[in-house]
Design a protein. Structure first.
Ligand code: F0G
Length: 453
Protein backbone atom coordinates (compact mmCIF):
# COMPACT_ATOMS: atom_id res chain seq x y z
CA UNK A 1 0.00 0.00 0.00
CA UNK A 2 1.25 3.48 -0.89
CA UNK A 3 -1.11 5.52 1.31
CA UNK A 4 0.52 6.60 4.55
CA UNK A 5 -2.18 6.73 7.22
CA UNK A 6 -2.34 8.32 10.65
CA UNK A 7 -0.95 5.40 12.70
CA UNK A 8 -3.49 5.82 15.51
CA UNK A 9 -7.24 5.98 16.00
CA UNK A 10 -9.05 8.60 18.05
CA UNK A 11 -10.63 7.82 21.41
CA UNK A 12 -11.22 11.25 22.87
CA UNK A 13 -12.17 14.32 20.83
CA UNK A 14 -12.32 18.07 21.33
CA UNK A 15 -14.86 20.12 19.35
CA UNK A 16 -13.58 22.94 17.14
CA UNK A 17 -15.40 26.27 17.25
CA UNK A 18 -16.28 28.00 13.98
CA UNK A 19 -16.26 31.79 13.80
CA UNK A 20 -17.06 34.07 10.86
CA UNK A 21 -14.54 36.21 8.98
CA UNK A 22 -16.33 39.33 10.33
CA UNK A 23 -15.95 38.10 13.93
CA UNK A 24 -12.30 37.33 13.33
CA UNK A 25 -11.67 40.79 11.87
CA UNK A 26 -12.97 42.29 15.15
CA UNK A 27 -10.96 39.87 17.29
CA UNK A 28 -7.80 40.75 15.37
CA UNK A 29 -8.30 44.44 15.97
CA UNK A 30 -8.81 43.84 19.71
CA UNK A 31 -5.66 41.71 19.81
CA UNK A 32 -3.55 44.43 18.18
CA UNK A 33 -3.04 42.10 15.20
CA UNK A 34 -0.83 39.86 17.35
CA UNK A 35 -2.03 36.25 17.15
CA UNK A 36 -0.43 35.41 20.53
CA UNK A 37 -3.03 37.72 22.05
CA UNK A 38 -6.04 35.85 20.66
CA UNK A 39 -8.07 33.44 22.76
CA UNK A 40 -7.45 29.84 21.70
CA UNK A 41 -11.21 29.22 21.68
CA UNK A 42 -11.48 31.63 18.74
CA UNK A 43 -9.11 29.57 16.60
CA UNK A 44 -10.22 26.78 14.30
CA UNK A 45 -6.88 25.17 13.44
CA UNK A 46 -3.98 26.12 15.65
CA UNK A 47 -0.58 25.80 13.98
CA UNK A 48 1.09 28.32 16.30
CA UNK A 49 3.39 25.65 17.68
CA UNK A 50 4.10 21.95 17.93
CA UNK A 51 5.23 22.54 21.51
CA UNK A 52 3.15 21.11 24.35
CA UNK A 53 0.25 20.66 21.94
CA UNK A 54 0.65 16.95 21.22
CA UNK A 55 -2.11 14.42 21.77
CA UNK A 56 -0.92 11.97 24.42
CA UNK A 57 -1.42 8.25 23.93
CA UNK A 58 -3.46 5.87 26.08
CA UNK A 59 -0.13 4.54 27.40
CA UNK A 60 0.91 8.04 28.46
CA UNK A 61 -2.41 8.70 30.22
CA UNK A 62 -2.16 5.33 31.93
CA UNK A 63 1.39 6.15 33.02
CA UNK A 64 0.16 9.45 34.50
CA UNK A 65 -2.09 7.49 36.83
CA UNK A 66 1.01 5.74 38.15
CA UNK A 67 2.72 9.07 38.89
CA UNK A 68 4.48 9.05 42.25
CA UNK A 69 4.11 12.47 43.85
CA UNK A 70 6.73 12.00 46.57
CA UNK A 71 8.75 15.15 47.15
CA UNK A 72 12.10 13.35 46.94
CA UNK A 73 13.19 10.13 45.26
CA UNK A 74 9.91 9.55 43.43
CA UNK A 75 9.58 6.38 41.35
CA UNK A 76 8.42 8.53 38.45
CA UNK A 77 11.84 10.17 38.37
CA UNK A 78 13.57 6.81 38.22
CA UNK A 79 11.32 5.68 35.38
CA UNK A 80 12.16 8.87 33.50
CA UNK A 81 15.85 8.49 34.26
CA UNK A 82 15.83 4.92 32.95
CA UNK A 83 14.18 6.04 29.69
CA UNK A 84 16.62 8.95 29.30
CA UNK A 85 19.66 6.80 30.21
CA UNK A 86 18.69 4.19 27.68
CA UNK A 87 18.35 6.77 24.92
CA UNK A 88 20.76 9.59 25.74
CA UNK A 89 23.32 7.99 28.04
CA UNK A 90 24.33 11.16 29.93
CA UNK A 91 25.60 10.81 33.52
CA UNK A 92 23.21 13.42 34.90
CA UNK A 93 19.55 13.86 33.97
CA UNK A 94 17.97 16.92 35.56
CA UNK A 95 14.24 17.48 35.00
CA UNK A 96 13.05 21.05 34.41
CA UNK A 97 9.61 22.50 33.81
CA UNK A 98 10.40 23.10 30.14
CA UNK A 99 13.28 23.59 27.71
CA UNK A 100 13.99 27.22 28.48
CA UNK A 101 14.40 26.47 32.19
CA UNK A 102 17.16 24.03 31.25
CA UNK A 103 18.69 26.75 29.05
CA UNK A 104 18.55 29.37 31.76
CA UNK A 105 20.28 27.10 34.26
CA UNK A 106 22.92 25.90 31.80
CA UNK A 107 23.82 29.38 30.57
CA UNK A 108 23.74 30.90 34.08
CA UNK A 109 26.37 28.38 35.10
CA UNK A 110 28.54 28.54 31.97
CA UNK A 111 28.24 32.02 30.44
CA UNK A 112 29.33 35.54 31.34
CA UNK A 113 29.88 38.85 29.56
CA UNK A 114 32.50 38.52 26.81
CA UNK A 115 31.57 34.90 26.08
CA UNK A 116 30.33 33.70 22.70
CA UNK A 117 27.97 30.74 22.16
CA UNK A 118 27.75 29.40 18.61
CA UNK A 119 24.81 27.30 17.38
CA UNK A 120 23.60 26.34 13.91
CA UNK A 121 20.67 28.68 14.65
CA UNK A 122 19.67 29.72 18.14
CA UNK A 123 16.00 29.44 18.97
CA UNK A 124 14.61 32.70 20.40
CA UNK A 125 14.61 31.49 24.03
CA UNK A 126 18.15 30.13 23.64
CA UNK A 127 19.38 33.43 22.25
CA UNK A 128 17.53 35.44 24.90
CA UNK A 129 18.86 33.30 27.78
CA UNK A 130 22.43 33.62 26.49
CA UNK A 131 22.12 37.36 25.98
CA UNK A 132 20.61 37.71 29.46
CA UNK A 133 23.95 36.51 30.93
CA UNK A 134 25.78 39.18 28.92
CA UNK A 135 27.24 36.62 26.49
CA UNK A 136 26.78 36.75 22.72
CA UNK A 137 24.78 34.20 20.70
CA UNK A 138 26.14 33.51 17.20
CA UNK A 139 24.37 31.61 14.39
CA UNK A 140 26.62 29.51 12.15
CA UNK A 141 24.72 27.84 9.35
CA UNK A 142 26.21 27.04 5.94
CA UNK A 143 25.89 29.73 3.25
CA UNK A 144 23.87 27.42 0.93
CA UNK A 145 21.24 27.07 3.65
CA UNK A 146 20.43 30.78 3.48
CA UNK A 147 18.75 30.17 0.11
CA UNK A 148 15.23 29.13 1.09
CA UNK A 149 14.74 27.51 -2.33
CA UNK A 150 17.80 25.22 -2.26
CA UNK A 151 16.70 21.59 -1.80
CA UNK A 152 19.53 20.22 0.32
CA UNK A 153 19.15 17.10 2.48
CA UNK A 154 20.78 18.53 5.62
CA UNK A 155 20.22 22.24 5.57
CA UNK A 156 20.49 22.41 9.37
CA UNK A 157 24.20 21.50 9.30
CA UNK A 158 26.50 23.81 11.23
CA UNK A 159 29.10 25.75 9.25
CA UNK A 160 32.10 23.92 10.69
CA UNK A 161 34.63 26.11 8.86
CA UNK A 162 32.93 29.13 10.39
CA UNK A 163 33.17 27.42 13.79
CA UNK A 164 36.92 26.84 13.35
CA UNK A 165 37.37 30.49 12.34
CA UNK A 166 35.35 31.70 15.33
CA UNK A 167 37.45 29.66 17.75
CA UNK A 168 40.67 30.84 16.10
CA UNK A 169 39.63 34.47 16.19
CA UNK A 170 38.29 34.64 19.75
CA UNK A 171 40.09 31.77 21.49
CA UNK A 172 38.53 28.76 23.19
CA UNK A 173 38.49 30.56 26.57
CA UNK A 174 35.70 32.83 25.31
CA UNK A 175 33.56 29.96 24.04
CA UNK A 176 32.07 28.12 27.02
CA UNK A 177 30.11 25.68 24.85
CA UNK A 178 29.07 24.95 21.27
CA UNK A 179 25.44 24.04 20.62
CA UNK A 180 23.73 22.37 17.69
CA UNK A 181 19.93 22.44 17.44
CA UNK A 182 18.30 19.29 16.05
CA UNK A 183 16.28 19.87 14.00
CA UNK A 184 17.12 23.49 13.24
CA UNK A 185 13.80 25.09 14.18
CA UNK A 186 14.54 28.73 13.34
CA UNK A 187 16.23 27.61 10.12
CA UNK A 188 13.12 25.87 8.75
CA UNK A 189 12.91 22.67 10.80
CA UNK A 190 15.82 21.31 8.77
CA UNK A 191 17.83 18.30 9.91
CA UNK A 192 21.51 18.06 10.83
CA UNK A 193 23.49 15.13 9.41
CA UNK A 194 25.40 12.66 11.55
CA UNK A 195 28.52 13.55 9.58
CA UNK A 196 28.13 17.19 10.62
CA UNK A 197 27.58 16.27 14.29
CA UNK A 198 30.75 14.14 14.09
CA UNK A 199 32.70 17.10 12.67
CA UNK A 200 31.45 19.42 15.42
CA UNK A 201 32.38 16.74 17.97
CA UNK A 202 35.91 16.49 16.53
CA UNK A 203 36.42 20.28 16.52
CA UNK A 204 35.07 20.81 20.03
CA UNK A 205 37.08 17.86 21.36
CA UNK A 206 40.28 19.23 19.83
CA UNK A 207 39.68 22.61 21.45
CA UNK A 208 38.31 21.11 24.69
CA UNK A 209 35.01 22.99 24.41
CA UNK A 210 31.83 21.26 25.68
CA UNK A 211 29.42 20.26 22.90
CA UNK A 212 25.69 20.42 23.66
CA UNK A 213 22.65 19.43 21.65
CA UNK A 214 19.44 21.41 21.76
CA UNK A 215 17.62 18.12 21.28
CA UNK A 216 13.97 19.23 21.15
CA UNK A 217 13.24 17.35 17.90
CA UNK A 218 15.86 14.61 18.08
CA UNK A 219 13.52 11.86 16.81
CA UNK A 220 12.52 13.78 13.69
CA UNK A 221 16.20 14.51 13.06
CA UNK A 222 17.00 10.80 13.48
CA UNK A 223 14.34 9.87 10.93
CA UNK A 224 15.75 12.30 8.36
CA UNK A 225 19.19 10.71 8.87
CA UNK A 226 17.61 7.27 8.40
CA UNK A 227 15.99 8.40 5.15
CA UNK A 228 18.66 10.65 3.68
CA UNK A 229 22.16 9.94 4.96
CA UNK A 230 24.27 7.27 3.30
CA UNK A 231 24.92 4.32 5.59
CA UNK A 232 21.92 4.79 7.91
CA UNK A 233 19.06 3.20 5.94
CA UNK A 234 19.39 0.01 8.00
CA UNK A 235 19.68 1.74 11.36
CA UNK A 236 16.67 2.12 13.63
CA UNK A 237 15.68 5.64 14.66
CA UNK A 238 16.58 4.69 18.25
CA UNK A 239 20.12 3.63 17.31
CA UNK A 240 20.59 6.80 15.26
CA UNK A 241 19.34 8.89 18.18
CA UNK A 242 21.68 7.08 20.56
CA UNK A 243 24.62 7.77 18.26
CA UNK A 244 23.71 11.48 18.02
CA UNK A 245 23.53 11.81 21.81
CA UNK A 246 26.77 9.86 22.26
CA UNK A 247 28.64 12.59 20.36
CA UNK A 248 27.59 15.33 22.81
CA UNK A 249 28.69 16.24 26.33
CA UNK A 250 25.18 17.20 27.33
CA UNK A 251 21.87 18.49 26.06
CA UNK A 252 18.93 20.73 26.73
CA UNK A 253 15.61 19.18 25.83
CA UNK A 254 12.04 20.38 25.73
CA UNK A 255 9.80 17.37 26.35
CA UNK A 256 6.96 19.43 24.84
CA UNK A 257 8.15 18.41 21.37
CA UNK A 258 9.56 14.92 20.74
CA UNK A 259 8.25 13.41 23.97
CA UNK A 260 4.56 14.21 23.28
CA UNK A 261 4.32 15.79 26.75
CA UNK A 262 2.29 18.91 27.49
CA UNK A 263 5.00 20.22 29.80
CA UNK A 264 8.54 19.34 30.83
CA UNK A 265 12.19 19.47 29.91
CA UNK A 266 15.58 17.99 30.67
CA UNK A 267 19.07 19.29 31.28
CA UNK A 268 21.66 16.56 30.82
CA UNK A 269 25.42 16.56 31.26
CA UNK A 270 28.38 14.24 31.70
CA UNK A 271 30.19 16.82 33.89
CA UNK A 272 29.84 16.07 37.63
CA UNK A 273 30.96 19.50 38.80
CA UNK A 274 28.60 21.28 36.43
CA UNK A 275 25.70 19.04 37.46
CA UNK A 276 26.23 20.06 41.08
CA UNK A 277 26.12 23.77 40.20
CA UNK A 278 23.05 23.20 38.03
CA UNK A 279 21.20 21.31 40.73
CA UNK A 280 21.91 24.12 43.19
CA UNK A 281 20.28 26.60 40.83
CA UNK A 282 17.48 24.17 40.04
CA UNK A 283 16.45 24.06 43.69
CA UNK A 284 16.18 27.87 43.76
CA UNK A 285 13.49 28.11 41.12
CA UNK A 286 12.45 24.72 39.71
CA UNK A 287 12.51 22.42 42.70
CA UNK A 288 14.22 19.30 44.00
CA UNK A 289 16.40 17.42 41.45
CA UNK A 290 14.05 14.44 41.29
CA UNK A 291 11.11 16.52 40.08
CA UNK A 292 12.45 19.82 38.67
CA UNK A 293 9.25 21.85 38.67
CA UNK A 294 7.06 19.00 37.40
CA UNK A 295 4.53 16.68 38.96
CA UNK A 296 5.54 13.02 39.20
CA UNK A 297 2.85 12.21 36.64
CA UNK A 298 4.46 14.58 34.13
CA UNK A 299 7.75 12.71 34.49
CA UNK A 300 5.95 9.46 33.68
CA UNK A 301 4.31 10.95 30.57
CA UNK A 302 7.74 12.05 29.33
CA UNK A 303 9.28 8.64 30.04
CA UNK A 304 6.66 6.91 27.88
CA UNK A 305 6.83 9.61 25.19
CA UNK A 306 10.59 9.26 24.79
CA UNK A 307 10.06 5.65 23.76
CA UNK A 308 6.90 6.10 21.67
CA UNK A 309 8.34 8.86 19.54
CA UNK A 310 10.90 6.49 18.01
CA UNK A 311 8.24 4.15 16.57
CA UNK A 312 9.08 3.97 12.83
CA UNK A 313 5.40 3.99 11.82
CA UNK A 314 4.90 7.21 13.74
CA UNK A 315 8.03 8.89 12.37
CA UNK A 316 7.29 7.90 8.79
CA UNK A 317 3.78 9.34 9.11
CA UNK A 318 5.04 12.44 10.90
CA UNK A 319 7.61 13.43 8.29
CA UNK A 320 5.33 12.44 5.36
CA UNK A 321 2.36 14.40 6.70
CA UNK A 322 4.40 17.57 7.16
CA UNK A 323 5.70 17.19 3.60
CA UNK A 324 2.09 16.68 2.42
CA UNK A 325 1.24 20.21 3.58
CA UNK A 326 4.42 21.61 2.06
CA UNK A 327 3.95 19.98 -1.32
CA UNK A 328 0.23 20.85 -1.30
CA UNK A 329 0.93 24.59 -1.20
CA UNK A 330 4.18 24.73 -3.18
CA UNK A 331 4.06 22.19 -6.04
CA UNK A 332 1.64 24.04 -8.28
CA UNK A 333 3.79 26.01 -10.69
CA UNK A 334 5.16 29.51 -10.16
CA UNK A 335 1.86 31.37 -10.61
CA UNK A 336 -0.21 29.31 -8.12
CA UNK A 337 2.38 27.80 -5.79
CA UNK A 338 3.58 29.40 -2.58
CA UNK A 339 7.34 29.61 -1.91
CA UNK A 340 8.25 27.55 1.14
CA UNK A 341 11.57 26.81 2.79
CA UNK A 342 12.71 23.81 0.78
CA UNK A 343 12.66 20.98 1.43
CA UNK A 344 9.76 20.64 3.93
CA UNK A 345 10.92 20.52 7.56
CA UNK A 346 10.10 17.89 10.17
CA UNK A 347 7.64 19.65 12.45
CA UNK A 348 6.56 22.59 10.34
CA UNK A 349 6.26 24.22 6.95
CA UNK A 350 7.74 27.68 6.62
CA UNK A 351 6.36 29.99 3.96
CA UNK A 352 8.93 32.45 2.61
CA UNK A 353 6.67 35.48 3.03
CA UNK A 354 9.39 37.89 1.91
CA UNK A 355 9.42 36.11 -1.45
CA UNK A 356 5.67 35.62 -1.60
CA UNK A 357 4.86 39.27 -0.81
CA UNK A 358 7.66 41.30 -2.40
CA UNK A 359 5.48 44.43 -2.32
CA UNK A 360 5.63 44.50 1.51
CA UNK A 361 9.04 45.73 2.76
CA UNK A 362 10.60 43.83 5.67
CA UNK A 363 10.13 46.86 7.96
CA UNK A 364 6.40 46.24 7.47
CA UNK A 365 6.58 42.55 8.43
CA UNK A 366 5.32 40.55 5.42
CA UNK A 367 5.08 37.28 7.41
CA UNK A 368 3.00 39.00 10.09
CA UNK A 369 0.70 40.33 7.38
CA UNK A 370 0.26 36.80 6.02
CA UNK A 371 -0.37 35.38 9.50
CA UNK A 372 -3.09 37.95 10.12
CA UNK A 373 -4.76 37.29 6.77
CA UNK A 374 -4.70 33.51 7.19
CA UNK A 375 -6.47 33.86 10.51
CA UNK A 376 -8.96 36.39 9.22
CA UNK A 377 -9.74 34.31 6.15
CA UNK A 378 -9.90 30.80 7.63
CA UNK A 379 -9.38 30.83 11.41
CA UNK A 380 -5.90 29.31 11.12
CA UNK A 381 -3.23 30.48 13.56
CA UNK A 382 0.42 30.42 12.46
CA UNK A 383 3.48 32.26 13.72
CA UNK A 384 5.80 34.88 12.28
CA UNK A 385 9.46 33.85 12.33
CA UNK A 386 11.16 36.93 10.97
CA UNK A 387 11.78 40.51 11.96
CA UNK A 388 9.06 40.51 14.63
CA UNK A 389 10.57 37.52 16.42
CA UNK A 390 14.28 38.10 15.79
CA UNK A 391 14.56 41.84 15.09
CA UNK A 392 17.81 42.64 13.30
CA UNK A 393 18.99 38.98 13.58
CA UNK A 394 16.25 37.77 11.22
CA UNK A 395 17.64 36.07 8.12
CA UNK A 396 14.27 35.78 6.37
CA UNK A 397 10.64 36.78 6.74
CA UNK A 398 9.05 33.39 7.36
CA UNK A 399 5.58 32.26 8.37
CA UNK A 400 5.68 28.97 10.27
CA UNK A 401 2.85 26.46 10.17
CA UNK A 402 3.82 24.08 12.99
CA UNK A 403 1.98 20.80 13.17
CA UNK A 404 0.99 19.52 16.61
CA UNK A 405 1.81 15.82 16.95
CA UNK A 406 -1.06 13.34 16.41
CA UNK A 407 -3.68 16.12 16.63
CA UNK A 408 -4.96 17.02 13.17
CA UNK A 409 -6.09 14.68 10.39
CA UNK A 410 -5.49 14.89 6.66
CA UNK A 411 -8.78 16.76 6.06
CA UNK A 412 -7.67 19.48 8.49
CA UNK A 413 -4.50 19.82 6.47
CA UNK A 414 -6.47 19.86 3.19
CA UNK A 415 -8.45 22.78 4.63
CA UNK A 416 -5.21 24.60 5.48
CA UNK A 417 -3.89 24.02 1.94
CA UNK A 418 -7.09 25.40 0.42
CA UNK A 419 -7.02 28.47 2.67
CA UNK A 420 -3.39 29.29 1.87
CA UNK A 421 -3.96 28.94 -1.86
CA UNK A 422 -6.98 31.24 -1.68
CA UNK A 423 -4.98 33.89 0.18
CA UNK A 424 -2.17 33.44 -2.33
CA UNK A 425 -4.51 34.07 -5.27
CA UNK A 426 -5.11 37.64 -4.05
CA UNK A 427 -1.80 38.26 -2.31
CA UNK A 428 -1.26 41.65 -4.00
CA UNK A 429 -4.01 43.04 -1.77
CA UNK A 430 -2.20 42.19 1.49
CA UNK A 431 -0.78 45.25 3.29
CA UNK A 432 2.11 45.76 5.71
CA UNK A 433 1.96 46.42 9.48
CA UNK A 434 3.73 48.71 11.88
CA UNK A 435 4.40 48.16 15.57
CA UNK A 436 2.57 50.49 17.96
CA UNK A 437 3.68 49.08 21.36
CA UNK A 438 6.43 46.65 22.32
CA UNK A 439 8.38 45.28 25.32
CA UNK A 440 12.18 44.92 25.25
CA UNK A 441 12.53 41.10 25.51
CA UNK A 442 10.72 38.50 23.36
CA UNK A 443 8.54 41.21 21.92
CA UNK A 444 6.63 38.91 19.58
CA UNK A 445 4.47 37.65 22.47
CA UNK A 446 2.92 40.94 23.35
CA UNK A 447 3.71 43.71 20.90
CA UNK A 448 0.83 45.34 19.05
CA UNK A 449 0.47 46.36 15.42
CA UNK A 450 -1.65 48.45 13.15
CA UNK A 451 -2.08 48.08 9.38
CA UNK A 452 -0.04 50.56 7.37
CA UNK A 453 -2.51 52.85 5.62
N1 F0G B 1 14.90 25.06 21.59
C1 F0G B 1 14.17 24.94 20.47
C2 F0G B 1 14.83 24.53 19.20
C3 F0G B 1 12.78 25.17 20.51
O1 F0G B 1 12.08 25.03 19.40
C4 F0G B 1 12.19 25.56 21.75
C5 F0G B 1 10.78 25.85 21.81
C6 F0G B 1 13.00 25.66 22.87
C7 F0G B 1 14.35 25.40 22.77
C8 F0G B 1 12.43 26.05 24.22
O2 F0G B 1 11.67 25.03 24.77
O3 F0G B 1 9.36 25.98 24.89
O4 F0G B 1 10.02 24.02 26.28
O5 F0G B 1 10.90 26.26 26.80
N2 F0G B 1 10.07 26.02 20.81
C9 F0G B 1 8.64 26.28 20.75
C10 F0G B 1 8.28 26.58 19.33
C11 F0G B 1 8.15 27.27 21.72
O6 F0G B 1 7.13 27.01 19.10
O7 F0G B 1 9.08 26.36 18.43
P1 F0G B 1 10.41 25.34 25.74
Amino acid sequence: MKTIIEPFRIKSVEPLRQTTAEERAGLLEEAGYNLFRLRAADILIDLLTDSGTSAMSTEQWAAMMRGDESYAGSDSYFRLKRAADDLMGFRHVIPTHQGRAAERILFSVLCKPGHIVPNNTHFDTTRANIEFTGAQAVDLVKTEAHDTQARLPFKGDMDTEGLERLIEEHGRERIPLVMVTITNNSGGGQPVSMANLEQVRAITQRHRIPFYLDACRFAENAWFIHEREAGYADWTARDIARRMFSLADGCTFSAKKDAFANIGGLLCTNDDRLAQLEEDLLILTEGFPTYGGLAGRDLDAIAVGLTEVLDPNYLQYRIASTAYLGRGISDLGADRGVPIVEPPGGHAIYIDAGRMLPHIPREQFPAQSLAVELYRHAGIRSVEIGSVMFGAHAQHELLRLAIPRRVYTQSHIDYVVEAILEVNSRKERLRGYEITAQPEFLRHFSCQFRPVS
